[in-house]
Design a protein around this ligand. Structure first.
Ligand SMILES: NC(=O)c1ccc[n+]([C@@H]2O[C@H](COP(=O)([O-])OP(=O)(O)OC[C@H]3O[C@@H](n4cnc5c(N)ncnc54)[C@H](O)[C@@H]3O)[C@@H](O)[C@H]2O)c1
Length: 325
């Protein structure tokens, strides 16, 4: 089903005239990160179109924009060539977030993961080339590093994906650089670390913070896979959105790959205790056996993003947790 919501002239007075003439297509724009990006793009005065198959995304996430008619919404699949060609028509910039994002799901469903994350991305990039899109910003992941060879991990570190999800993202990254090197598409690759914030979906495959908060609400013990000493780089979705916006706007960053994280390491045990403390509940922490495809330690060197994108994470883990616990 394809639903077009009309693109009305809702534009705040404060926005710049320049943005008004730019149209951004956000794939996966009804999802967690995508919907926050849509909020920000609309507030900056961009014309925004979203394509999403609503497999994990929700219309409520962009409901305000739909009721005001400030966003075009197309329900559909990024693997559908005809649909994507229409979506890309008239678009200046594409931010490609649509993907199957779960590591455990990808271990169980590698074919589907490759189909959506690799073939879907390639389909989109081909349409972008045909329609003369000016910039293609691709959401990749820190999972491409596997267990990083050094920490904090920078963009030059060896990649070593250890799950079908990570492998699929790396392949899509390679298409981005291939298209860029052939001079047909200005791509920018962003490797997000562990993004958290409001609207993060809750399912058996959710990120750890969403699962912890849900267990607190239900008065159930928090489940940590492994000994809990493994570290992650938790970055607020609001900071990630600023990084994406910079990648949309900055000159001279075509063909580049950037880490987008907080630059700080937090162990899952520390995270679990912080969530319990902020929620004001006294629950046990249960340790279960490590999951296939999960990595041991990871945190980002973000100096390149700071230097070239002006990226500066502002939301601390504690502040970010307070807002959602
Ligand atoms: N959340 C994180 O911590 C994190 C970390 C690293 C990378 N990323 C990447 O960021 C992007 C956004 O992730 P998110 O956390 O917002 O996940 P999400 O699941 O909330 O968003 C993905 C969106 O893509 C849509 N989608 C999935 N398959 C589609 C298809 N075939 N056609 C059209 N739409 C489809 C979903 O409905 C959803 O709205 C993904 O590419 C993900 O790999 C996220």
């Amino acid at each position: 089903m394809v639903t077009y919501q009309s693109m009305s002239g809702y534009v705040s007075e404060a926005i710049s005239v320049m943005n008004r003439s730019k149209m951004v297509l956000v794939t996966g724009g009804a999802g967690f990160i995508g919907s926050h990006l849509v909020d920000r793009l609309v507030s900056e005065g961009y014309a925004v179109r979203v394509v999403d198959d609503l497999s994990t995304g929700r219309l409520e996430n962009i409901g305000d924009h739909l009721s005001r008619g400030s966003v075009d919404f197309v329900q559909g699949d990024i693997r559908d060539s005809e649909l994507i060609r229409k979506c890309v028509d008239g678009v200046n910039v594409v931010v490609h977030l649509a993907a199957l994002t779960s590591v455990p799901f990808s271990v169980k469903n590698p074919d589907l993961t490759f189909d959506v994350n690799v073939s879907g991305s390639l389909n989109l990039m081909r349409s972008c080339v045909k329609e003369g899109v000016e910039r293609f910003v691709f959401a990749s992941t820190c999972a491409v590093f596997g267990d990083p060879e050094f920490l904090p991990v920078n963009e030059n570190a060896q990649v070593n994906p250890i799950s079908p999800y990570a492998e699929s993202k790396l392949l899509a990254e390679r298409y981005c650089s291939g298209f860029y090197e052939r001079g047909v598409l200005e791509s920018v690759v962003l490797r997000f670390f562990n993004v958290f914030g409001p609207r993060q979906g809750l399912s058996e495959y959710s990120g750890v913070i969403t699962r912890f908060v849900d267990r607190c609400r239900r008065g159930l013990p928090l489940v940590v896979y492994g000994d809990g000493l493994q570290t992650r780089d938790f970055v607020s979705v609001f900071d990630v959105v600023e990084g994406v916006l910079a990648a949309v706007r900055s000159g001279g960053v075509e063909g580049e790959v950037f880490n987008i994280g907080s630059g700080k390491a937090t162990s899952l045990n520390v995270l679990a205790k912080a969530v319990l403390e902020l929620a004001g509940v006294d629950l046990e922490i249960h340790h279960e056996k490590p999951r296939a495809g999960d990595i041991k330690d990871s945190y980002a060197d973000i100096s390149k993003a700071k230097r070239l994108l002006g990226f500066e994470p502002r939301v601390t883990l504690r502040e970010g947790l307070k807002a959602i616990v």
